[in-house]
Structure formats: C-alpha cells, structure tokens
Design a protein around this ligand. Structure first.
Ligand code: RAM
Length: 522
C-alpha cells in the first residue's frame, strides 16, 4: 500500500493489485488497412447531420494525382478503424523549394469532414477533435503521424506547396489495433437480417474499444469507465471471451481506491495508472456488478476472494448515503450518472442500482460464505420496503424521484431490473411506461440497453426486439459502421456536450445488442 495525496483526493495505491493488472496486459493485434476510395462529402438535409459521403474514385487512383495549394480530397477507409496513419509523399514538378504545409482532418463521420472544427463551442475540450497540421521540409518523405486515431475518413488539405512544385500521395495506410480476436467469436446466422447486422456491428464496436483496457470510446474519452466496462464485459463473455481483460480492468480499479475505499468512476492507464477524481454513486457500485458477472462467467474464485473486500466496501459506502427512511439523499451535483437525459433526477434510479447491486453482493457473499451476507440480506429487506413505501406512487402507478416526484423512464427501468416488484407487476409497469411515455425520457444507448433488458426480464421479448430495431436499427439506417455514444432518433444532432462533432461514434456502451441477442436468444 502507498498513500498518494493529490489536490482533490487521497489515493491508497494497492501495488499488488496494480502488479496483477500489469501482468494481464493484453497483446495488441495489428492489421494494415488501406483506404478504399476517394469520396466527396455532400450536403443532404435528408441524412444525419446533413452530410453524406459519395464515392468519386477508387483510392488506388490517388497515386496518379498531383495536388497543389488549396487542393483537397477525402479518403474513405471503408469501415471504422483505430490506429496509426502513415503517408508516403513525393514531389512533382520542379525541386521542392519550400516546405509542404498539409492539414489532415480525421473523423468517424462525414460531418467531421464537412463542418470546420473552429466552429466547435461545446464544453468538452476541442482537443478531442482529430486534426494535424504538418510541415514537411524534405521530399520524398514517409510521415508517420504520432497519435492513435479513431476514424473512417481522412481529409487532406494541401495548405501550400509552392508555385513550382506539387505533391503526390503515393501511399496512405493505417496500422489498426485491437486486443480482440475475431476468430474466437462463434459466428451466428440469425434468421432476422436486422438482428444479424446488429450483432456484427456490435462486435466491431466492442473490438475497436478493446485496446490496452476496455476503452469507452477510442476517439473520446479513450479511458476505462466502470459503467462502460460492466456492459463491455457482458458482451465480451458472449463473444470474444477475453476474460483476462475484464480481470485486468477490475484490478486496475481496485488498485486505486481513495482513503475511504471508494473506487473512482474511471481511470487513466498512461503514463501509469491514475484514478480520475470523478466519483459516481452508480459507477462505484458497478464494481460489484462487474465482479459478480465476471465470477459467474469464469468461476474464478481466487479473484473473487481477492476483490471481494473492494466490492463490499462499495456497498458499505453507498449505504452511508441513505437517510433515516432508507432512501438515498438527493443532491443537485453530478453524484450519480444513470444517463445523460437532461433534467433527470437521479435519486430513484440510483436507489434501484443500489438494490440491484446489493443482490449481486449477496450472491457473491453466499459463494464466499462470508458473515457480511446476513447483514446485507437484512439491509436489503429494509431498503426494498422503504422503496415501495416512499418511492412508489400508487395513483400514478409509477416510481417517482426527487422532491418534485419526477416520473422518468430511468426510474421505472432500473426498478424493474432491481426486481423490487414481481414479474407480472414489472410487466404491467413496463407496458404502462411504453404507453404513457413520460417526458423525462432516455438519452443514451447505455440507458436504452437497460430499457431492452427490463423488457426482457418482464417477459416482453417482442417489445424488446422492436425497441432494438427502432434504436440500434435506426443507427444502422443512419449509416453506423460502429454504434454511437449518443443517438436520439427524434433529434439526430443531439449531444450532451454542446456539439455532435465531439460525440464518439464508436462507443463501448452501445455494443450490447450482441449480448442481448446471444444471451437471451432474441
Ligand atoms: C461520458 C462517456 C463515458 C461515460 C461517462 C459517464 O463521458 O460517454 O462513456 O461512462 O460519460
């Protein structure tokens, strides 16, 4: 153990756990990918964000073209890639008498090729937008760009050569990386073509997020978030079976709790393991959930024994937030995540997450035969009772949240998953929800995943499939190669960050259709 005092937190580093995580570092597999075509990005008010790409020539024709000042073209790699770009450039005409100034814009979606990044004014850093301006003094040259990019399209803007020479891009390629191995995945051939496609895109999404850790998004935030990890791990058990990567991630979180024992909502892994100073009620509890699911998938009792104290501590800390009525204290800060839905009150869905994860903790405590089991069972009983007493509105037939007694989708969905009501009551609640459609809706694929799962556990498989087809199917129709971080079929420009340019278009928490299809036999 070593204590690290930082500006906003005290971290108690568990070097043994950190070493275990280090030993589990995955091998990255490399593939060389060449662009497939040169495309034109055209305005079209009928398509998402108002921009679409149209092939104008095969990428092989690039080596025959010369480009000078103010020339520009866009390369399409044909599918989503995560990796490093290399460009081979030579001059044409007179000997180059001035440096080449070249701007590259790298993006996952056509809109990133079309709308200038200078116009971005959202609240997340603009430095996430992928671009490079490079100066090349000597030609010919092979330029290997320094950063890892997440993209399908690359725009080349030749800012300047000189009046005497032009340039030819002889070769452009990407060294793409993932720690997933597609060959380990059992292929399915679903009778429903839409579900088949959803499964394939889920796999690609998950694979592109599987790097040194389960990243949330390879474009942004490029780090390990606990809420995303839980869903990635579930999808992974049904597909890649890279279970040691889940184990590694659990040890990373367990390696950097704060001085109370709380695990952070996310960690960075470079230059070394660093806990972010963001703590979220639900995400900390999902350490329990992720350990529970890992154990059920692997039967790895050694890991369970070693990480149980960390998991149990998350429950203990969560219980401290209960008031004298056994209801979670609400607050106006970002204390729990649940969803990016604007105006969403987090109290009731968080209470449901507490119940959901306490049940998982009890299951693990049973497995370990530890004394904590009894007190967990007692506390759970009291909390469920209080939930029904204080959070269920009999008149409205909905769970309510916060001092304004908000009726949100998230509250109903999480209470169904928490199993506070019986199966028939759950079914009625879900049908009531889909009929009444309360205003405080769902903003992310993360929350949509939970909607679909809640429908499945309450016996509404067909409705679940219909929701998946509208939502993930909608993304496919709107051109998704990998599933997106955010998608609102009614407002396709939606971003909680102030601009759709900064959204991630390959995002871990969207990869769950493969889990839902395979696990529940949809
Ligand atoms: C965003 C990312 C990430 C998520 C957090 C809470 O920054 O989408 O995946 O877990 O929010």
């Amino acid at each position: 153990m070593s204590i690290q005092k930082l500006e906003n937190q005290v971290i108690v580093r568990n070097e043994k756990f950190i070493e275990t995580a280090e030993q589990l570092k995955p091998q990255l597999h490399e593939t060389i990918v060449k662009p497939s075509s040169i495309v034109e990005i055209k305005a079209d008010s009928q398509v998402i964000h108002g921009w679409k790409s149209k092939t104008v020539a095969p990428a092989t024709s690039l080596a025959d073209s010369e480009y000078g000042k103010n020339d520009s073209f866009v390369l399409d790699f044909g599918d989503h890639q995560v990796g490093y770009l290399t460009v081979k450039i030579r001059s044409a005409g007179s000997p180059p008498d001035a440096p080449l100034k070249l701007k590259l814009t790298i993006g996952e979606m056509p809109v990133e090729m079309a709308e200038p990044f200078e116009n971005y004014n959202g609240w997340l850093s603009s430095s996430w937008l992928q671009e490079e301006t490079i100066f090349v003094d000597v030609l010919p040259a092979v330029i290997s760009l320094p950063r890892r990019y997440s993209f399908r399209y690359v725009k080349f803007d030749v800012i300047d050569t000189s009046p005497k020479y032009r340039v030819v891009f002889e070769n452009v390629e990407c060294r793409a990386f993932t720690s997933a191995n597609m060959n380990t995945v059992q292929k399915i051939s679903h009778h429903d073509g839409e579900l088949q496609r959803m499964d394939e895109i889920s796999l690609k999404t998950l694979a592109d997020c599987m790097q040194d850790v389960f990243e949330d998004g390879p474009k942004r935030d490029r780090r390990l978030w606990l809420g995303d990890l839980r869903l990635q791990a579930l999808a992974n058990y049904q597909t890649f079976g890279t279970n040691d990567l889940v184990k590694r991630c659990l040890y990373l979180f367990a390696g950097v709790p704060d001085d109370k024992g709380k695990v952070p909502a996310n960690v960075f892994v470079a230059p070394g393991l660093v806990a972010d100073d963001t703590y979220l009620f639900d995400y900390s509890l999902f350490f329990v959930g992720t350990l529970h699911d890992y154990y059920l998938a692997t039967n790895d009792l050694v890991t369970l024994k070693e990480l149980w104290p960390t998991a149990y501590r998350q429950v203990e800390l969560a219980l401290e937030r209960l008031d004298e009525n056994n209801i979670l204290r609400d607050s106006s800060d970002w204390w729990s995540f649940i969803d990016w839905q604007e105006g969403l009150n987090k109290q009731t869905p968080s209470q449901a997450v507490l119940i959901y994860t306490m049940k998982q903790a009890i299951r693990l405590a049973e497995e370990l035969n530890v004394p904590e089991k009894e007190s967990l069972i007692d506390r759970l009983g009291e909390i469920v009772e209080a939930t029904k007493t204080y959070l269920w509105d009999d008149k409205q037939q909905f769970f309510v949240s916060g001092s304004d007694r908000q009726v949100s989708w998230a509250s109903q969905i999480w209470m169904v998953l928490a199993g506070v009501l019986n199966k028939e009551e759950n079914r009625q609640l879900m049908n009531h929800l889909l009929k009444e459609k309360p205003e405080v809706a769902i903003a992310t694929p993360y929350m949509y995943h939970h909607l679909v799962e809640a429908l499945i556990v309450s016996g509404e498989k067909e409705r679940a499939i219909a929701e998946m087809k509208t939502y993930w199917g909608g993304m496919i129709q709107d051109g998704a190669d990998t599933f997106w971080e955010l998608y609102d079929p009614k407002n396709k420009d939606f971003s909680p960050y102030g601009s759709h340019l900064i959204n991630s278009y390959c995002h871990a928490w969207s990869c769950t259709p493969t889990y839902l299809i395979r696990k529940f036999g949809l």
